[in-house]
Ligand binder design. Structure first.
Ligand code: PFF
Length: 422
């Protein structure tokens, strides 16, 4: 299950979203806040979702019914489901860009002399109606097909090979990127914090990114944890997922930013940043590396999108009693409609991207923290977290984790959300 949880966490959020967030919010200081958010807020929420999922063994909606009986609580399950619906929709657009770039690398790779050419390729691809729609449809289609057939074991097996491969490739790109003339300005940007750029918006973005990257607040970790076997350990699976996820994100930052500075691109360029920068780096690497890279990214993105769509599908199967295939078809149709709007209208994309991580995920995470910290009996929480008293690590960590879930996480979420608002 650690593999599935890490598979959900590691995806486009690390490689595409993290670098562009770092670029928009000032570099090193943002990274520092991000790491603190992961350790003290996101990881406790990860544990909270795992506790709810594992103890209930149910989908998000059913889990709320079991762990927090009462109408109001039950209804918050709908928000988590709606949030995962929105995330899959806009995520599939970026998944579609990856499909597009994979096809392009298979057709002969990239040979750009500078960032302008790479940027114009992205612009052309994105402004044509057919390409983003086609890519998005392919990405969503594969996701839904895998869920309909229930063959996610196959993709998990695949990701056991592509994850380490992706890791090695990113390390390789980090080295190449650092050697580019002018790259040191990018290194400085990532290593020397400038706290004057750190406003309420940046802090909220860091927390939102931590939730997005660890797949929190939408019931994905909850749903996956509901499939956990009894002896599986919540503490270790949470820590490993968070550590791997953060390492991937940081590496992606170090792969992209020096190249951004070396090529004179504005770090705050937004969602297109990675897709404009990578082809320039790849131009000097021959035809094979881009193919392997975009294929690995695609697998990483699919293991994430599967976990998002599974929230919707498992709700339709468990609560609405639909057969799995019909549920997957319905989820595909719904997310395709919103995804198509995101693919065609950048404004819709931006609104979905912003509202999920800054509002819906924060709300979901807040609710999950309250359920575990204030609604569930402490003894039940301890039982789950310590694996019925058998996990030594669980017993030692429990008081701290419980305190973080009960007080620190909800208070910080509210404080950061309010700071952002005003
Ligand atoms: N954590 C995924 C990533 O970083 O790409 C994105 C994600 C997956 C968000 C699952 C939400 C979710 F439910």
């Amino acid at each position: 299950m650690v593999m599935a949880l890490a598979g959900s966490a590691i995806g486009l959020g690390n490689i595409w979203r993290f670098p562009y967030m770092v670029g928009q919010h000032g570099g090193a200081a943002f990274i520092l806040v991000y790491v603190l958010c992961v350790a003290f807020i996101a990881l406790p929420i990860f544990f909270a979702e795992s506790i709810i999922g594992k103890s209930s063994g149910s989908d998000t909606f059913g889990a709320m019914e079991i762990c927090a009986p009462g109408r109001g609580w039950k209804n918050t399950g709908y928000i988590a489901i709606a949030a995962s619906f929105v995330v899959v929709s806009f995520y599939s657009v970026v998944g579609g860009w990856s499909v597009d770039y994979l096809v392009r690398s298979c057709a002969g790779g990239f040979s750009f002399s500078g960032i302008e050419e790479a940027a114009s390729l992205f612009g052309r691809m994105n402004s044509s109606l057919a390409e983003p729609l086609l890519g998005m449809t392919a990405f969503l289609g594969i996701t839904a097909l895998i869920l309909a057939c229930g063959v996610d074991k196959g993709i998990e097996l695949f990701s056991k090979i592509t994850m380490p491969l992706l890791f090695l490739l990113i390390v390789f790109i980090v080295v190449r990127s650092a050697m580019l003339p002018g790259a040191s300005a990018g290194m400085d940007y990532l290593l020397k914090p400038d706290f004057s750029k750190l406003d309420g918006k940046a802090i909220a973005a860091a927390l939102g990114q931590a939730f997005f990257s660890l797949s929190l607040g939408v019931g994905a970790i909850l749903t996956y944890s509901s499939y956990m076997r009894k002896e599986e350990n919540i503490l270790y699976s949470g820590i490993w997922s968070a550590v791997f996820d953060t390492i991937f994100a940081l590496l992606a930052g170090f792969a992209i930013m020096p190249a951004v500075f070396a090529s004179g691109l504005a770090p705050g360029a937004g969602p297109s940043l990675v897709f404009e920068t990578l082809p320039v780096i790849f131009s000097q690497m021959g035809p094979v590396i881009p193919v392997v890279f975009f294929f690995s990214i695609l697998i990483a993105a699919l293991t994430s999108s599967i976990s998002m769509m599974e929230v919707v599908v498992s709700w339709l199967v468990d609560q609405k009693k639909l057969p799995r295939r019909r549920a997957a078809m319905l989820a595909f149709t719904g997310t395709w409609c919103l995804g198509a709007l995101c693919a065609v209208f950048p404004k819709v994309f931006a609104v979905c991207d912003f509202t999920t991580s800054n509002i819906l995920m924060m709300f979901g995470a807040f609710v999950f923290a309250l359920v575990v910290g204030w609604k569930m009996p402490k003894a039940d929480v301890r039982t789950q977290f310590t694996n019925y008293g058998t996990s030594r690590g669980g017993k030692v960590a429990f008081p701290t984790v419980y305190f973080l879930i009960k007080y620190i996480a909800p208070v910080m979420i509210v404080a950061i959300a309010l700071t952002n608002l005003f």
